[in-house]
Design a protein. Structure first.
Length: 343
């Protein structure tokens, strides 16, 4: 007979893929509903649109992806002492591919293994990963604010203003928490206790003192690193999001959607306004695409729906499939380096 502890562990870890799968299915259902309001998609026209892509276009899209990943790796190299930018790229790409195909905490195991192989304290490494994650969440919610700023010369819809205001509130709370932690142990302890109280509303057994001690310890370990790295991390992650939008812009142009149908401003601003939807599984695959399709079709007109769908598929293939391919190569390369390294 299994002990209660063993039964509890199995109930929590027996089907780690179930929750992401259900969220992904929910995303597809929402996307199907949204697309249904737009109109039936002519998939033969979508296939015709793909034929307009040239080899040169694909090379430019891949260069855009490489720039995106280069910016994405900068914050971790700033937050982890001794971690070079090249190894930060390896760590991010490797964790992404393992986390996509294997249940958690597989990505954490790989990150820690990489840190150990590079003689980096894994506690410092995972503290840096945490800072990187919080900073990215802040930028994710800053994106709609940037979208509204870009549309400042036009009449901005009230819904966009509300979205930007709520997103800005979330972003400033996250950044404010990081700044508050930097101010001293007392503030760090308060942040820890406050976070524990919030977490306690959705989960029982939260130890406020333990959370407080953990945040104070985190502050002592990462204070100087956070002070020096926060601004560069925010700026480079904003550059990464803009690179993502430029890849989408290039995809639309290469497929044949000209500026007369969709201006660069409409494409990038629309992307930034919808960017918080990347919170959903696989960066909002399904939900974000449906939202962008609805927004862009509303501007360009229904006759351009097939081209917009084709461009979104190209963009997703590059920005989701590309990092998975690069991540797989990265893991193989790291394993080879580790095997050849002296004991």
């Amino acid at each position: 007979m299994n002990s209660p502890g063993e039964t509890d562990r199995r109930s929590r870890t027996g089907h780690p893929w179930l929750k992401p799968l259900l969220l992904f299915l929910a995303s597809l259902i929402v996307a199907w509903i949204v697309v249904g309001f737009i109109g039936a998609i002519d998939w033969s026209e979508v296939a015709t649109a793909f034929s307009r892509l040239s080899l040169g276009s694909l090379l430019l899209l891949i260069l855009g992806l490489l720039a995106r990943q280069a910016f994405n790796a900068v914050p971790l190299s700033k937050f982890v002492p001794g971690l070079t930018w090249r190894r930060s790229v390896q760590n991010d790409l490797g964790a992404n591919v393992v986390g996509t195909f294997a249940p958690p905490p597989s990505d954490v195991v790989l990150r820690v293994s990489m840190f150990n192989s590079w003689d980096i304290n894994p506690i410092d490494g995972m503290a840096g990963v945490t800072l990187n994650m919080i900073t990215f969440y802040a930028v994710r919610f800053l994106a709609p604010v940037l979208g509204v700023v870009l549309l400042a010369t036009q009449e901005v819809e009230r819904g966009h203003l509300v979205t930007a205001a709520l997103s800005a509130l979330v972003a400033f709370c996250l950044i404010g928490a990081l700044v508050a932690v930097m101010r001293g142990d007392a503030m760090a302890a308060w942040v820890g206790r406050t976070a524990a109280r919030v977490a306690g509303k959705v989960k029982d057994g939260i130890d406020e003192d333990a959370w407080s001690i953990a945040v104070v310890d985190f502050r002592g370990r990462m204070n100087e690193t956070l002070r020096a790295g926060l601004l560069p991390a925010l700026l480079t992650l904003i550059a990464m999001v803009l690179c993502d939008s430029l890849i989408l812009l290039m995809s639309l142009r290469f497929i044949g959607v000209a500026a007369a149908q969709l201006s660069a401003l409409d494409i990038i601003a629309g992307f930034l306004l919808a960017y918080p939807l990347t919170l959903m599984p696989l960066a909002g695959l399904g939900v974000l695409d449906a939202a962008l399709l609805a927004a862009y079709t509303d501007i360009a007109g229904l006759p351009w729906e097939a081209e917009i769908v084709a461009a979104l598929i190209v963009w997703r293939t590059i920005t989701i499939g590309g990092p998975l391919v690069l991540g797989s190569l990265t893991v193989v390369w790291w394993r080879r380096e580790t095997a050849q390294a002296p004991p």
